[in-house]
Design a protein. Structure first.
Length: 296
């Protein structure tokens, strides 16, 4: 993974741009109209507009656009990054949310940021994503095996249900048994997700350019109680056991009620998320410090 500019980053600007906005934020819709009006005044620029909550209007455009401008919070950025990654489409985020950890551009800064896209003076940051697969054995005909497949930029979380009861997780790395952990939950997080739930659970902070991911137990009981930093090529296989209920949550968006026998496999996704950056390369650390409420 590299955050260095490629020839396409600096030699040419975007000509085909898709504007995406959060459908329930009136200010995001208003700013989208403002940006669209600005782009329509530029010669040779093609634009499309869509809502990330209506993927049928977005997917047909992805093979043909140079990039996405996403207006919303971190949830909007997660959706946009997942949508664009499979097509190699980068995303510029304009923060219309509360935290905005993934978006470096504030609403009042939109015009110079969009101009950087047109001028080709931006750079592209690649971020590791993970692929989360669930195999659910059937009981035999007519009940076949089932498979569920997700992509995540932040994390996958195996957790207990509504009652305060622990779950047992059995973890294998590359086919070899590692540990049996009794806990409230287990997080597998990317460098991007390392500053979210994984950090709150005591995990390390990974800078976004790393190609590692972390496994973090949540409130482990008489078990391995340290997070693990794994290399990109590692495959994590988890089986969970419980006496009430358990669930899998991917990027805080996809939820799957687990059943006994589910096998969850997590590994690096071959397609990274691509973020457009117009600021300096030290901004991740400054943003982190700002979000933690500290100053130098």
């Amino acid at each position: 993974m590299s955050a260095s500019p490629t020839p396409s980053d600096s030699s040419s600007g975007w000509k085909r741009i898709c504007l995406l906005h959060h459908p329930h934020k009136a200010e995001a819709a208003a700013l989208t109209r403002q940006i669209a009006a600005f782009l329509e005044q530029q010669a040779g620029i093609e634009i499309c507009r869509s809502s990330l909550w209506d993927p049928d209007t977005l997917t047909p455009h992805l093979p043909h656009v140079d990039g996405i401008v996403a207006l919303g919070g971190d949830g909007t950025m997660l959706r946009a990054a997942r949508s664009g990654s499979g097509y190699g489409v980068p995303v510029l985020g304009i923060n219309m949310g509360r935290v905005g950890f993934l978006s470096e551009v504030k609403p009042h800064q939109w015009q110079p940021a969009v101009q950087a896209l047109l001028d080709g003076t931006h750079w592209i940051e690649e971020r590791l994503m993970i692929r989360v697969q669930v195999h659910r054995p059937g009981s035999g005909p007519p009940d076949p095996d089932q498979a569920f497949d997700f992509e995540a930029l932040n994390d996958a979380v195996i957790s207990r249900g509504s009652l305060a009861r622990v779950i047992e997780t059995r973890i294998q790395l590359n086919g070899h048994m590692l540990a049996r952990i009794i806990c409230d939950g287990l997080i597998v997080a990317t460098p991007t997700g390392s500053t979210g739930y994984a950090l709150a659970a005591g995990g390390p902070i990974l800078p976004p350019e790393l190609r590692n991911f972390v496994v973090v137990p949540v409130a482990p009981h008489l078990s391995l109680n340290r997070p693990l930093v794994l290399s990109e090529g590692t495959q994590v296989r988890v089986q969970a056991f419980w006496d009430h209920e358990a669930m899998l949550t991917v990027d805080g968006h996809f939820n799957l009620d687990m059943v006994e026998g589910d096998v969850i496999t997590v590994g690096a996704n071959p397609n990274p998320a691509l973020f457009v950056r117009v600021g300096g390369r030290h901004d991740f650390y400054q943003t982190l410090v700002d979000r933690l409420g500290k100053t130098y």
